[in-house]
Design a protein around this ligand. Sequence first.
Ligand code: ADP
Length: 477
Amino acid sequence: MNGRLYIKGEFKDAQFNRKFTVNNPYTLSAIGEQASASVSDCEEAVDAAYDAFCSYKKSNGYERAVLLRKLYALMVEHESELAAIMTEEQGKPYTEAIGEVRYAASYVQWYAEEAIRIKGDLLEPTHSSMRLKVLKEPIGPVGIITPWNFPLAMFVRKMAPALAAGCTVIVKPAEQTPFTAVKFFELLDRAGFDKGVCQLLTGDAALIGKVLMDDERIRKISFTGSTEVGKLLASQAGKTLKKLSLELGGHAPLIVFEDADLEKAVQGTLDSKFRNCGQVCIATNRVLVHESIVEAYTERLLVKVRELKVGNGQEAVDMGPIIDEAGFDKISRHVDDAVNRGATCLLGGKGFRQDVTEGGFLYPPTVLAGVTGEMLIANEETFGPVVPIITFKTEEEAVRIANDTPYGLSAYAFTEGLSRATRVSEALEYGMIGINTGRISTAQAPFGGVKMSGYGREGGTYGIEEYLQLKYIGIEI
Ligand code: ADP
């Protein structure tokens, strides 16, 4: 594949024809080249987004809904092509890739419906000669920066509400996975948006990031990625006072109480831990199990986890490769550290390189028992297929351990008790809580975190507010 930039309604090579190579993470062989934008390419993209904004902001919600519905239909029609590219560059199993395309499309569908529901207010005045109007207007051109773990859904989840609100966008996907975005932009090109409404920039992240951050015409940045880069963007945003949404790392606890339905708890663990090989910001990172049921839970879990197959995402497997060596090393470090400090490895525990010297990095599903608070895995996001089991004695202790982290993205709890479910979900310091389920993300719900997991929400009526600003108009008649 040879992927290009998309600026002002045209696919184009980068200035000086600069490119970078994209690899398949399973074979580690090159699958193509992608254009690497220069500063002047980025400036051209900002000019285009700004010029287009001046007219796109005047379109009405019904017009934007028509465009989004067309885009939705194109995504559905081409889901197999999008998914095949995704599996090739990201490594996830093809069936999961199809799931991601449908999930991404569901946001386009949802915001096509929402575009026509943007509304302001007419306030009761203190003096009868006054009329007090509140309008909701699109915030301006938006920069969207996203990671490799969900090569399509991460940026579509931001782009759909932005376009519905009347904002123009510049998308910067991760360097590991640009081709899914290129394919998506081919579809977008057919959806009928005016030139300049959507741009695609790929290449050097710091260079592209700096142009977007420094230009005062970009009024909002929506970022998903590491807490480290999120903090950098937050400091850069101060210069132009742009609005930011940051969806950063997580360290999700999954609590299994003694009154849990163990079948649901095991299924929830599988759903929230092994999807995308654990490379998910809302993935369970710590499993807290009441000491009285830990044996029964672990036994049932092992039966299911033993069935999971790891390998080439293009074949019938449950998990693909780890994205790169750094990710693989982090998982290995977490597991080795836990075992060295006294945890017991019940399954897996050692990663390997497929094809020994040339292939990508695979990590088998791993279960660790006897994990304790001082171990690395109990404190840092692993981003891999490892279940660390920690035991607790009381509800208070479970909640305390669960909240004992700087992160606050998602948490899960399994209990059949209504009072306990209510108490615990209120006590957990997280942006999203799953009760008796490991699957919580859906287009109509607010996705996002608290504390070091960032701020801002994606999805539902809440998500579009990130791209709207208030204007108050007082009229004396
Ligand atoms: P991950 O560890 O998941 O790759 P990163 O935060 O490094 O998370 O990357 C998420 C996104 O942020 C990617 O698109 C990456 O290219 C981009 N990125 C990385 N560094 C910067 C930067 N200095 N400025 C702007 N974007 C960046």
